[in-house]
Design a protein around this ligand. Structure first.
Ligand SMILES: *Cc1c(COP(=O)(O)O)cnc(C)c1O
Length: 351
């Protein structure tokens, strides 16, 4: 029996990091936050749950307003969706395609090629250099758009805002999207440049820095004509993507800036401690501006290390892909988690 449409046969689905059920791991494989969301989130959820009978606000206006306030932009410049993956899918549909290719780095978030294929968007990947940095001059060529995360995933490397400006300046008539899923962990956001560049769109998520991966809320910030284009796509697909509980949770989170600066500072401290410890036992650790590190060891293949860590109850991410198949991506957990990983690496005589 073959029920699949010819369209569905052509899909290449994204492979998410595993969420194991069989045993308890120290889970450092999907860049989740090791801390709980702000206590104000639980309060907001129980309040919102009293309204489940009703459809939510289709445009998540209160959440947009809170995001706008915290980011110092107008409410009309914010669009919310059901996780940033959904926001990204609307972005691909709204802005990319045509005879020129969409441009993104050869090593980057693996959902970009998936969406490109889903929407039949031609794309070209451009190589990062040996230090996994972007060369903006590669991007100064005809394209239907440009997208990359900053800091990049899975490498954790941050690209300077000058590089982004150079690309946005060149592609005046195309949309340049910066996926800032990890921007809270050290980099400087490009959000202040949306005033200068009508073609610049910033996409963010509550999943990582705001400890709400289970809630599924993401957003985009850009000038109102870009936001209107995203609404146009949303209203042709699902007019109520963000449920009322998720919207209330995300709103409470974004407004509790004190709580989140505190847990973010702790993650940054644990990251720097962990990176230092890894270097002492011979690892190459790429400079990280994210809540994870990208590491390799000349003495032991990444895949073997991945398996050894797994045996010891530690789950990290290994990508069996050209150029990065000797690297592991390790999410930063609590300080205790990171001390334990270092101890296993040393005492298990793995390195
Ligand atoms: C995690 C991640 C996302 C997806 O975030 P969700 O809001 O959970 O869908 C998007 N882009 C990058 C680069 C990510 O790492």
């Amino acid at each position: 029996m073959d029920f699949l449409s010819s369209r569905a046969k052509l899909l290449t689905p994204y492979t998410a990091g595993e969420q194991p059920k069989e045993k308890k791991y120290i889970k450092l494989n999907t860049n989740e936050n090791p801390y709980n969301p702000s206590p104000k989130v639980a309060e907001a959820i129980s309040f919102a749950a009293q309204n489940l009978r009703l459809y939510p606000d289709a445009d998540s206006s209160e959440l947009c307003r809170a995001i706008a306030q915290v980011n110092n932009v107008q409410e009309e410049c914010v669009f919310c969706g059901n996780g940033s993956d959904e926001v990204l899918s609307f972005v691909f549909y709204a802005f990319f395609g045509g005879s020129e290719p969409l441009l993104f780095p050869d090593i980057t978030y693996s959902f970009y090629p998936v969406y490109s294929k889903f929407y039949d968007i031609a794309y070209e990947t451009l190589p990062l250099n040996g230090d996994f940095e972007i060369d903006p001059s590669f991007y100064l060529r005809p394209a239907s758009g440009v997208i990359f995360p900053n800091p990049n995933a899975p490498t954790s490397v941050y690209f300077s805002l000058e590089k982004i400006c150079e690309i946005a300046e060149y592609h005046k008539n195309k949309v340049v999207v910066i996926d800032e899923a990890y921007i809270a962990f050290g980099g400087e956001s490009a959000v202040s440049y949306i005033k200068k560049y009508p073609n610049l769109l910033i996409v963010r998520t509550f999943s990582k820095s705001h400890a709400l991966a289970g809630m599924r809320v993401g957003y985009a910030i850009g000038q109102p004509h870009l936001i209107d284009a995203l609404r146009r796509v949303k209203d042709s697909f699902n007019s109520y993507p963000v449920d009322c509980v998720a919207a209330a949770a995300a709103r409470a989170a974004v407004l509790d800036t004190a709580y989140y600066s505190d847990i973010t500072a702790q993650i940054i401290q644990s990251r720097d401690f962990f990176a230092q410890g890894l270097k002492e036992v011979g690892f190459r650790v790429l400079p990280s501006a994210a809540n994870f590190v990208f590491i390799s060891h000349a003495g032991i293949p990444a895949q073997a290390l991945y398996a050894k860590l797994r045996e010891n109850g530690i789950l990290v991410r290994f990508f069996n892909k050209p150029r990065i198949d000797n690297f592991l991506r390790v999410t930063i957990g609590t300080r205790e988690d990171m001390e334990y990983v270092l101890q296993i690496l040393k005492n298990g005589r793995m390195v």
